[in-house]
Design a binder for this molecule. Structure first.
Ligand SMILES: [Zn+2]
Ligand SMILES: [Zn+2]
Length: 252
């Protein structure tokens, strides 16, 4: 089976804590990243930019999956193929159920990213009780996250996914233009529909590299800027809009 498709399913915009607007990102992809067949804009708890990308995808030479990165009590959950808000701060299984009821797939992002408070709080539980991940109904795990600072965290996620027989995805978690495509999911197809089938049948693979140091610097500049004025997300009319990024907390 030849894995011809390339998808980056975890990209942030200025709608949450990303550095660039959705329009800038899509134009960048159109001109600089023709090798991505499918992308997803997954801002923290806001769908606005993702839905804009989804609705305007015919302008571009790649497909767009609508999605959002949901802040749950069980960590960050990538909700893909959803077009309606998913409530924040619910337990893992309830979040997964809400995503499924919205017609989407639920994938656990960077499960062992120890630099991030909410994730660290759950990492030990997922290591000692990995069956929790299967029982929650998750459709897969992000086993490559390019923004992660400790590569071993990706390695642990990959081992856990393999042992549980869960689908694996690779993503950039890009907050800058240059980071887009540094993590990809591969599958035997090129369409978003075939990608969804591949995730559901556990026939995807994940690969990628790390962010460039310039991407971390550029992101930190965004963080400093966001502390000087309210973030776009906090000004959103969405009831599920997150608060501004916390000082001293890394992205993802
Ligand atoms: Zn995250
Ligand atoms: Zn993220």
């Amino acid at each position: 089976m030849t894995l011809i498709g390339r998808a980056d399913l975890h990209i942030h915009t200025t709608a949450s804590d990303g550095r660039y607007t959705v329009q800038e990102i899509l134009q960048h992809l159109q001109t600089r990243h023709p090798h991505l067949d499918v992308i997803a804009i997954t801002d923290h708890d806001v769908l606005d930019a993702s839905l804009w990308a989804y609705e305007h995808q015919s302008r571009y030479n790649f497909e767009v999956v609508p999605g959002v990165e949901v802040s749950s009590r069980g960590g960050h959950i990538l909700a893909l193929w959803v077009t309606t808000p998913i409530p924040m701060n619910m337990p893992l299984a309830e979040t997964v159920q809400a995503i499924h009821e919205a017609g989407g797939l639920a994938l656990l992002a960077h499960p062992f990213h120890l630099e991030f408070d909410v994730v660290r709080a759950n990492a030990l539980r997922y290591l000692t009780q990995p069956q929790v991940l299967v029982e929650s109904g998750l459709d897969g795990i992000e086993v490559h996250n390019s923004g992660i600072l400790t590569p071993a965290c990706n390695w642990v996620a990959r081992v856990v996914a393999q042992r549980l027989g869960m689908a694996a995805i690779g993503c950039s978690d890009a907050h800058t233009l240059n980071a887009i495509g540094t993590g990809v999911t591969r599958w035997a197809g090129r369409s978003a529909a075939s990608l969804r089938t591949a995730i559901m049948t556990n026939t995807t693979t994940a690969e990628g590299t790390a962010w460039n140091i310039s991407d971390y610097i550029e992101y930190l500049q965004t963080e400093l800027f966001s502390q000087e004025k309210p973030s776009l997300a906090s000004m959103s009319s969405s009831a599920n809009a997150p608060s501004a990024p916390q000082s001293g907390v890394l992205p993802f």
